[in-house]
Ligand binder design. Sequence first.
Ligand code: ADP
Length: 218
Amino acid sequence: MVNQQYAVIGLGRFGTSVARRLHEAGHDILGIDVNEERVEDAELYVTHAVVADTTEEKTLTAVGIRNFDCVIVAIGNDMQSSILTVLLLKELGVKKVIAKALGKHHGQVLDKVGADWIIYPERDMGERVANQLLSPNVLNYIELSKEYNIEEILIPSRMAEKSLRELDIRAKYNVSAIAIVREGDIIISPPPDQIIHKGDLLVVIGSREDLARFSNIE
Ligand code: ADP
């Protein structure tokens, strides 16, 4: 794994979760917040933490923000600070800026000032919860486009102890298996004679409609 340099601005609930997870994965994290207490708390799960107001250009220059591979702006409630911070980061030449938006209008402005990826945590989590309720066998998914997904599906019990060739899911359901997750290990591009066991997760690619049909078989 290549060690990436990340900066997380705003150490509230969202910023803390992002920073903690990236740090656990072995990356260098700079945490920044105007609030001293939040910075003190963050020292356990970031590489460096500084108290600073990121709406001031000199602050961003002083921490060498241009040298970071990716900066996550996790300021939510103070919309003005979030927008100004993103604007300055892009003006200073930061390549990848990810910003959290509270809602549609906030997101539109973040897009206008150059944010490369805008996250809507509440909206996205709500959708995930609804999708999980609609398709309980789908444990995880990636939206490739409006039409196509990659999904991690808990295999139905009647498919267990059969080979991919016997199951013939491509012909029957029009979806393709690209990996099997078994007890935390991953088998990439499984061969046709690979046997699927109870409890395996099948990673499949296909249209949402075909995937829904496949994930809802008993
Ligand atoms: P969450 O809902 O994820 O907890 P908040 O909006 O409550 O998010 O927290 C955002 C954090 O961003 C707060 O800790 C706040 O102190 C920090 N913050 C707000 N404005 C700035 C700024 N201009 N510079 C740096 N940090 C800021």
